[in-house]
Design a protein around this ligand. Structure first.
Ligand code: FMN
Length: 244
């Protein structure tokens, strides 16, 4: 909807367009999914599923890095990514499961911020995703103690050679992707994480002027359940429009 020029409060200086639905939808995940799909379809950036993940170390130090969103459960309001669990972010999430995520689609002038609680994905989920990765990536997961220091690049190459030896792979004559299936198991320190959203803020840029912005919040109550995707009872979303 576009406000008419004679709308009260309009001036020549500001454009006041309503970019998010008015009234706001009851929940934010349909819109999050739709924006991800639009970004993927337009493909104006290589990793349209890239999101900045913020964690808090045990001593309270915040840190941020990009990871790729590998799953959106619209019904549950959960986002999934994969990483090394002994990395800096993995250790941070083990000591403090509160995380924040940011998607930014620059060409669309859109941002989505998520705050929530993280739980480790099940072995079955992590195995299935690991198996879908390329051969080189599966080998790489065994070769890198992610975030740990290393003396030199050649020492890292030495580690990769050892991993090849361990799994009987000739790096000069690697198997095809098809033949390599089932050859390399998932390392025990590598797996998925599910972020249960507690707050989602959706932001649409209005030419650097009067942006449109809204936040949805809900409660999450931990519950005992062996399935990580059932780790919380979620309350209903409540939506609030914010000043830009
Ligand atoms: C576009 C992009 C995508 C990335 N995706 C992942 C990912 O899905 N998982 C991951 O562990 N690291 C990913 N990384 C690397 C991380 O940003 C980070 O460097 C690494 O995970 C180590 O972070 P940490 O030391 O804070 O644990 C990605 C980096 C970029 C630039």
């Amino acid at each position: 909807m576009t406000f008419q020029p004679n709308d009260p409060g309009m001036s020549d200086l500001f454009t006041v367009r309503t970019l998010l639905p008015d009234p706001l939808p009851a929940e934010p995940f349909a819109m999050l999914n739709a924006w991800m799909s639009e970004a993927r379809a337009e493909a104006r950036q290589p990793n349209t599923n890239a999101m900045t993940l913020c964690t808090i170390d045990a001593d309270g130090t915040p840190s941020a890095r990009v990871v790729l969103c590998r799953g959106v459960d619209e019904g549950r309001g959960v986002l999934t990514f994969y990483t090394n669990r002994t990395s800096r972010k993995g250790r941070a999430m083990a000591s403090n499961p509160r995380v924040a995520l940011v998607f930014h689609w620059d060409h669309f002038d859109r941002q989505i911020r998520v705050e929530g609680r993280v739980v480790e994905a099940s072995d079955a989920t992590s195995d299935a995703y690991f198996e879908s990765r390329s051969f080189a990536k599966r080998l790489g997961a065994w070769s890198s103690d992610q975030s740990a220091p290393i003396e030199s690049r050649s020492e890292l190459i030495g580690k990769i050679e050892k991993v090849c030896e361990r799994f009987g792979v000739d790096p000069k004559n690697p198997p095809s992707e098809e033949a390599s299936r089932g050859v390399i198991p998932r390392p025990p320190h590598w797996g998925g994480y599910h972020v249960f959203a507690q707050a989602v803020e959706i932001w649409a840029g209005e030419g650097g002027r009067i942006h449109d912005r809204a936040v949805w919040r809900r409660s999450l109550t931990p519950k005992q359940n062996a399935d990580p995707m059932q780790a919380f009872d979620a309350g209903a979303w409540s939506a609030t429009r914010l000043q830009p």
